[in-house]
Design a binder for this molecule. Structure first.
Ligand code: HEC
Length: 199
């Protein structure tokens, strides 16, 4: 009786051990299908696993309108661009510390835990890749940050020989930029010019 239990226990702990050993391997295999938590917003980027050493891509993050002041609850478009690095395929992780990120790419990306990431390694042509997304601003006024980490990969599927680049965009959520105030300022300077011209 006791002997059998002992064997059962041993088998059970062996299975547990195998499970524990397999788990990190299985989760690592999931990364080419997207990753969150490595945009740089919490400090770490792709270099935690993708050893540096390869040429680093130049990464830029910009508002489509060129405006970094947006109204509460508004939805605005952004473009993330990667130039250079091994550039065979690429992946990304974009995070916002408020509001909601919306995926606007035709294919190859998804939202994972609120962050924009690749759904499979994205093919790169001509050493350059761009992604788009929308950001729905929070209703609370304030300063918010979009952080992006991009991996310019060599297409071997592994973590070696890939270059990581990062970009950040600071956004101000402010109430409706008062049009009357802007018009008022323009009128005042116009009047000022007329007065000066007369003197
Ligand atoms: C915790 C470890 C880890 C982190 C952090 C990580 N990756 Fe990976 N990634 C891997 C592993 C492991 C592989 C290879 C998996 C395989 O062989 O299937 C991989 C593969 C990839 C590939 C395919 C590479 C190729 O050569 O085709 C892309 C693209 C990718 N990761 C993007 C990213 C991006 C973008 C980040 C940062 C935002 C990132 N990864 C951060 C572990 C990680």
């Amino acid at each position: 009786m006791n002997g059998t239990n002992l064997v059962d226990n041993r088998i059970a702990s062996l299975l547990l051990l195998v499970g524990v050993l397999l788990f990190p391997v299985r989760s690592a295999f999931a990364f080419p299908e997207g990753i969150s938590g490595y945009s740089g917003q919490s400090g770490s980027v792709c270099t935690v696993c993708h050893s540096s050493g390869a040429e680093v891509p130049m990464v830029t993050l910009a508002a489509e309108s060129g405006m970094t002041m947006v109204e509460p609850d508004s939805v605005t478009g952004y473009v993330l661009t990667m130039v250079g690095g091994p550039a065979v395929d690429a992946g990304l992780d974009v995070a916002a510390d408020g509001g909601v990120l919306i995926d606007t790419n035709a294919a190859g990306t998804k939202i994972l835990n609120g962050e924009l990431t690749h759904s499979s390694p994205n093919a790169v042509a001509g050493g350059m890749k761009t992604w788009t997304f929308d950001w729905e601003a929070p209703s609370t006024e304030g300063t918010y940050f979009l952080d992006a980490a991009v991996l310019s990969a060599n297409g071997t599927g592994g973590t070696g020989g890939d270059g990581t680049g990062t970009a950040m965009l600071m956004l101000e959520v402010v109430p409706e930029p008062s049009a009357s105030l802007l018009a008022g300022t323009a009128l005042v300077s116009l009047l000022g010019m007329r007065v000066r011209n007369r003197l």
